[in-house]
Design a protein around this ligand. Structure first.
Ligand code: PGA
Length: 240
């Protein structure tokens, strides 16, 4: 079984390229998408670009995998197929999948469990919507999303209102939510990434928070210079 656990101040920076062509710089020798001392870097391209990302030496995961191993599921790719091709990790329950594909907490749980059984590391995304936040329900929502999840997952706390909006949460708020999440997890070494408009400017304050173990980066991962700043900041904060 693949396991990825918290090591004191070593960061995981994950690029979620969503439905975009990877930046050309990703596949060069000077790619900012390679791990460096103190910062592991994983990329999540579309299914079409998984292979070439790996051929270029990047650590690669998929943005989605279906729990059923195979069968009549037109358009889907299974966790098992990803594992058979030796991919490393998979995103589960990203808020865009919850919204656009009706993925429920129960479906995300089944996916994460299937990912682990197949030999993939799931990064399970949780986070409240804007209206859940304004009505003070963020802890209740995240607790529900975490309920019943297998222990051996990586988590990404991604407040939905901060994703792709340029409106990152404050570092103190993010730290509060990460500490809350850690307090209710059975396994305290769980890696908890922050996602939601992390960029070269705000990454230092976010990554300096004691319970933030890295980032899941969307928009800024399509801007190699910005992404490089995040990776280098993580490496510096790690003390290497
Ligand atoms: P963002 O996306 O960095 O563009 O907010 C993060 C994500 O969706 O994982």
């Amino acid at each position: 079984m693949l396991l990825y656990e918290r090591m004191s101040r070593k960061f995981l920076i994950a690029a979620n390229w969503k439905m975009n062509i990877p930046p050309v710089e990703a596949f060069t020798d000077a790619s900012p998408f390679r791990s460096i001392a103190g910062a592991d870097v994983w990329v999540f391209p579309s299914f079409l670009d998984l292979h070439s990302a790996r051929e270029h030496g990047l650590i690669v995961g998929a943005q989605y995998g279906r729990a059923d191993a195979k069968g009549s599921f037109t358009g889907d790719v299974s966790m098992q197929m990803l594992a058979d091709q030796h991919y490393h990790a998979v995103l589960c329950g990203h808020s865009e999948r919850r919204k656009n594909h009706g993925e429920t907490d129960a479906m995300v749980l089944v996916q994460a469990t299937a990912a682990i059984s197949a030999g993939l590391i799931p990064i399970v995304c949780v986070g409240e919507t804007e209206s859940e936040r304004t009505t003070g329900r963020q802890e209740e929502v995240v607790k529900r999303q975490l309920s019943g999840l297998p222990q051996d997952v990586i988590l990404a706390y991604e407040p939905v209102w901060a994703i792709g909006t340029g409106k990152s949460t404050t570092p103190e708020d993010a730290q509060h939510m990460h500490a809350f999440i850690r307090s209710i997890l059975p396994k305290k070494e769980t890696v908890i990434l922050y996602g939601g408009s992390m960029n070269g400017k705000n990454c230092e304050n976010l990554l300096s928070q004691p319970d933030i173990d890295g980032g899941l980066i969307g928009a800024a991962s399509l801007k190699p210079d910005d992404f490089r700043i995040i990776v280098e900041t993580a490496a510096r904060l790690s003390g290497k």
